[in-house]
Design a protein around this ligand. Structure first.
Ligand code: TTP
Ligand code: MN
Ligand code: MN
Ligand code: MN
Length: 389
């Protein structure tokens, strides 16, 4: 091969926000393996290692072809020794022993099951794991103390494990639009997260809501949730109010990228008939007759009923912050993380879902569109469908 090697490899930029990453790519056989190691590092509270594996996987997602030999990886950024070892083993043997033993390990499987419960993070799951608990069943069996969120998480566990389809997301979009317009005509609603990036399934449905007249959006969330409750469409909701202007009150949670919008974590009750009508798919009658008996007492069995539970996130943003909120809520999570790292390390700017601050000029930069924000950051605009880093 020529010393210059593969021209596409030469062009691979090192920040994920500098690259186009489509949803479908050529290297899932490698990225799935690296993402298991990333996930496992997260379960072990090793964030640095977790991000390193995730960045390595992300580079492979951006390649225009399948990796066939280690030669194909020359000149690629973000591939550390450990990731390269794993890739080499998969290319040579078809699988990696480290990945397979992680996948099979009791800790990995239990942490996956426990953190898979709505309202349960790594810390809580790890404490339960060390107490010998392995699954939602174990929590019920041993009568663990659960908060309201976790109770809902256990109650609707099976439903919430099932991927949400685009057809279901579209039905929920119609419902959210109806709710929002009933309480605030003129408000704007935008589908966010994975579905905005073109995913066909997701773990939840995310919405961003605003109103072109600044201030009209204040106090909107309780009105929306009350309307939904009255219609019998909400199984669970927890609203946290906007705290963006209260930053100075308490100690800033420095490394947290949680934003401070008025927001609602909820679980919707979605009628299956509404979805089969809309997507005209073949469904229902047979599904109902094959419903299995409940294995967990007190848990909703979706197969036996005409509805399922779906996780929905609602966020309300003032119009002046809408572009930043849109960028911040589109994801992917790695893409967001890389945008912020780029802003800080390369541009001496600070990006959040609320604003972009320029430390050199000492001022906040205004933006009406995502395109303007990319331009401020000196980045080529990457459309949502290519932010699947
Ligand atoms: P998620 O809904 O968690 O992820 P997703 O939609 O990309 O994927 P999935 O299909 O599994 O649902 O988050 C959506 C975006 O919201 C994500 O890009 C990051 C952003 N976000 C915040 O800005 N603040 C938060 O506190 C959280 C949880 C997410
Ligand atoms: Mn290592
Ligand atoms: Mn989502
Ligand atoms: Mn979400």
């Amino acid at each position: 091969p020529k010393p210059n090697g593969d021209p596409t490899a030469m062009l691979m930029k090192s920040y994920a926000c500098q690259r186009r990453t489509p949803l479908k790519h050529y290297n899932s056989f490698l990225t799935e393996a690296l993402e298991i190691l990333s996930q496992n590092a997260e379960y072990n509270d090793n964030e640095g290692r977790s991000v390193a594996f995730r960045r390595a996987a992300s580079v492979l997602k951006a390649l225009p072809r399948r990796v066939r030999s280690m030669q194909d990886l020359r000149c690629l950024p973000c591939l550390g020794d450990h990731s390269q070892r794993v890739i080499k083993e998969i290319l040579e043997d078809g699988s990696s022993r480290e990945v397979e033993s992680t996948r099979q390990s009791e800790q990995y499987q239990a942490m996956k099951a426990l953190t898979g419960i709505f309202g349960v993070g790594v810390r809580t799951a790890d404490r339960w794991f060390r107490e010998g608990l392995r699954s939602p069943d174990d929590l019920i069996r041993t009568g663990q103390q659960l908060n309201r969120e976790q109770q809902a998480g256990v109650q609707y566990y099976d439903d919430l494990q099932k991927p949400v389809t685009k057809a279901e997301a579209d039905v929920i979009s119609d419902i959210v639009e109806k709710a929002v317009h009933a309480v605030l005509p003129g408000a704007e609603i935008q589908l966010m997260g994975g579905f905005r990036r073109g995913k066909e399934v997701g773990h939840d449905v995310d919405f961003l809501i605003t109103h072109p007249e600044e201030g009209k959006e204040e106090g909107l969330m309780p009105k929306i949730t009350n309307w939904l409750k009255e219609q019998g469409l909400l199984l669970y909701q927890k609203t946290t109010r906007n705290s963006y202007l209260e930053k100075m009150d308490g100690p800033a949670r420095a490394s947290s990228n949680m934003d401070r919008f008025e927001r609602c974590f909820s679980i919707f009750k979605l009628q299956k008939s509404a979805v089969s009508c809309k997507s005209s798919s073949t469904a229902s009658a047979e599904d109902v007759s094959t419903a299995r008996e409940s294995e967990r007492p007190g848990e909703h069995q979706s197969e036996a009923s005409g509805w399922r539970a779906v996780r929905v996130d609602l966020v309300v943003s003032p119009y002046s912050q809408f572009a930043f909120a849109t960028l911040g809520w589109t994801g992917s999570k790695l893409f967001e993380r890389e945008l912020r790292r780029w802003a800080g390390q390369e541009k001496h700017m600070s990006l959040s879902s609320h604003a972009l601050y320029d430390s050199k000029q000492n001022l906040y930069l205004r933006a009406k569109t995502e395109e303007e924000i990319f331009a401020y950051l000196g980045l080529e605009f990457i459309p949502p469908s290519e932010r699947n880093a």
